[in-house]
Each structure stands twice: as structure tokens, then as C-alpha cells.
Design a protein around this ligand. Structure first.
Ligand code: PBG
Length: 323
């Protein structure tokens, strides 16, 4: 008789046949940074902060020490410093540019990824230039390209466009190449849904759109597989070096699909709402946080993600190293 339990009897046997691996290097820690003097806790994301430049440096040092794959930076601006064209995003003295310079000077070995988008810097909170009631695609491309070049100039190791404008990967690749950064890779948020799981992030970055929503550029969660394949095919062809699916858990089928179809590393983003749900249940004592987090991350790896962007990264790395 077939007895799958035979291979489960002994811890050493279970270890021998275990296929899914999860190590700190598979995890990227997202970090928020603002120009205020103090770190501010983010209420809807327990354990996460809007860092000051100083506390950011500390957090980055911990990431390096924990052996994480790297960090991804998000800038936070006070409302009065935002404008209709999101100038803070492509300002060489912008918050993220300052942060990148500081981190790369202090920790040259740390992989620093810059999120490339306008929504944290626009007064209306949309990811591009708004004309009337529409978010204009092609004028936005220029600004995204400028943002990526400015981030590369500051020393970003990777740029990660997340605005979901058509042609953004091509525009950014071309601009980086022309500006003398042909070696800077693009991690594309290729398959990014208009998801309600981003709620806590928008609190954290104060980037909720002031009118409408993002459904005219981010993907419809119920669109279907064709839309994911199309977005991934385009970004692949436009020169993305790595392709990301976001959010993670409701879209693990697409992580697997991309893994099987494209000869590029696939990433997944376990987003703010996914993090906060685990935190909230754990705070109530309803789940074992450590076990649930590690099980979740292993599941994302099994689906085919080479690495995972997750607010749990720092803690998970600690748990993994402690055994
Ligand atoms: C910027 C961006 C967002 C997230 C990552 N990059 C917000 C959005 O699209 O509204 C969400 C991350 C998260 O929820 O953790 N466009």
C-alpha cells in the first residue's frame, strides 16, 4: 500500500525530503522614510515605521546583518510638499535620493532597491499626471524615467517601477541606458492588481488617491489570466530583468504561471494588508505569528517566487536563523 506517512515519521527523514527552502536572502524588507527628525510608528502596520534618515540607517544595518536579500525604499512627503506633477519623486535632493546616498555610503554591500512611482509625491495621490479626470499615460512616462535616472544617480542598485503605466519599462530602460546606467536592473511590478490589500500602505505613505481609484491603470482582480500574461509578456519584452506579482496570496497561481513561462527571476510582494491581517490576528492570540509567517513565505516560494518583498522580512530572518 502507498503510505506517504513513511517519509514523515522521523525528523531526519522529513528534513531529507524537504524541497522548499526559505532563507533570509530570499526576503526584501520594504522601508518607509521621511525627512522628519524622528521615526513615526505606522498605526495600521504594527512594527513598521516612517523612518527618519537616521533610524533608516539603523534598520538597513539590521537588514544587512540579518542577511536579507535587500531593502526597498518608499518616500513619504508631508502633503504641503506634494504637487500635481510629483516633483519630489525625481528631485535629486528628494527624500529617497538622500536615503539611497546615505545607505550606499554606509553599507555598500546592502542591495538597495528604489520603488519608482509618483503616488507618494503627487498632491492628488495618483501614480501619474492627471488631466481632467484621467491619468495620462505618455506624459507620465517621462516623469517615471526621470525618477528612475535620479534614483540610479543616487546609487540605487535596482529600480522597481510600480505605476502601471503602459510602456514604463521601455521608457525607463531607455532613459537609464542613455544616462549612463545600463547596468542598473529593473524589477518590474509587472502583474499588479488594483487591490484592497494596499489599504495600510496608503496610510503609511499617505498616498490614497484624492478622487477615484486606480482601476484605470492597475489590473482588475477578476480580469483573468490573459491580462497577467499580457502584462508580463510586455514587461519581459520591454527589458525588465525581474518580474513581480502583487499582491501575493490571492494571486499565487500567477506566480506559478510566470515562473513556468518566463526565463527571469519572479518576485512576489506580500503587501501591507496581508501583513496587517497576520499581525492583527497574532495580537489577539488567534494564530501563532512565527509559524504563520514562515508557512506563508514558504508557500510563496513554493509557488515559484525567487524572492519575496515582505514587511515580515526582518523578523522572519531572525526566526529562520534561530532555527
Ligand atoms: C506605489 C506602490 C504601492 C504599493 C507599492 N508601491 C501602493 C499602491 O499602488 O497604491 C503597495 C504596497 C503595499 O500595500 O504593501 N504605487
Amino acid at each position: 500500500m502507498e503510505r506517504p506517512r513513511r517519509l514523515r515519521q522521523h525528523p531526519a527523514l522529513r528534513r531529507l525530503v524537504r524541497e522548499v527552502t526559505l532563507e533570509p536572502r530570499h526576503l526584501i524588507q520594504p522601508l518607509f522614510v521621511h525627512l522628519g527628525p524622528e521615526p513615526e510608528p505606522i498605526a495600521s502596520m504594527p512594527g513598521q515605521y516612517r523612518h527618519s534618515l537616521e533610524s533608516l540607517e539603523e534598520a538597513a544595518g539590521q537588514a544587512l546583518e540579518a542577511g536579507l536579500g535587500g531593502v526597498i525604499l518608499f518616500g513619504v512627503l508631508p502633503q504641503e510638499q506634494k504637487d500635481a506633477l510629483g516633483r519630489g519623486a525625481y528631485d535629486d535632493e528628494g527624500v529617497v535620493q538622500q536615503a539611497i546616498r546615505r545607505l550606499k555610503t554606509r553599507y555598500p554591500e546592502l542591495l538597495v532597491i528604489a520603488d519608482t512611482c509618483l503616488c507618494e509625491y503627487t498632491s492628488h495621490g495618483h501614480c501619474g499626471v492627471v488631466v481632467g479626470n484621467t491619468v495620462e499615460n505618455d506624459t507620465t512616462l517621462k516623469l517615471l524615467a526621470q525618477t528612475a535616472v535620479s534614483q540610479a544617480r543616487a546609487g540605487a542598485d535596482v529600480v522597481a517601477p510600480s505605476a502601471m503605466m503602459d510602456g514604463q519599462v521601455r521608457a525607463i530602460r531607455k532613459a537609464l541606458d542613455e544616462a549612463g546606467y545600463p547596468h542598473v536592473p529593473i524589477l518590474s511590478y509587472a502583474v499588479k492588481f488594483a487591490s484592497s490589500f494596499y489599504g495600510p500602505f496608503r496610510d503609511a505613505a499617505d498616498s490614497a488617491p484624492s478622487f477615484g481609484d486606480r482601476s484605470s491603470y492597475q489590473m482588475d482582480p477578476t480580469a483573468g489570466v490573459w491580462d497577467a500574461l499580457r502584462e508580463a509578456r510586455l514587461d519581459d519584452a520591454e527589458g525588465a530583468d525581474m518580474l513581480m506579482v502583487k499582491p501575493a496570496l490571492a494571486y499565487l497561481d500567477l506566480v506559478r504561471l510566470l515562473k513556468d513561462r518566463f526565463a527571469k527571476p519572479i518576485a512576489a510582494y506580500l503587501v501591507s494588508g496581508e501583513y496587517s491581517m497576520i499581525k492583527a490576528a497574532a495580537e489577539r492570540g488567534w494564530i501563532d505569528e512565527r509559524k504563520v509567517v514562515l508557512e506563508t513565505l514558504a508557500g510563496i516560494r513554493r509557488a515559484g517566487a525567487q524572492f519575496v518583498l515582505t514587511y515580515h522580512a526582518q523578523e522572519a530572518a531572525r526566526w529562520l536563523t534561530a532555527g
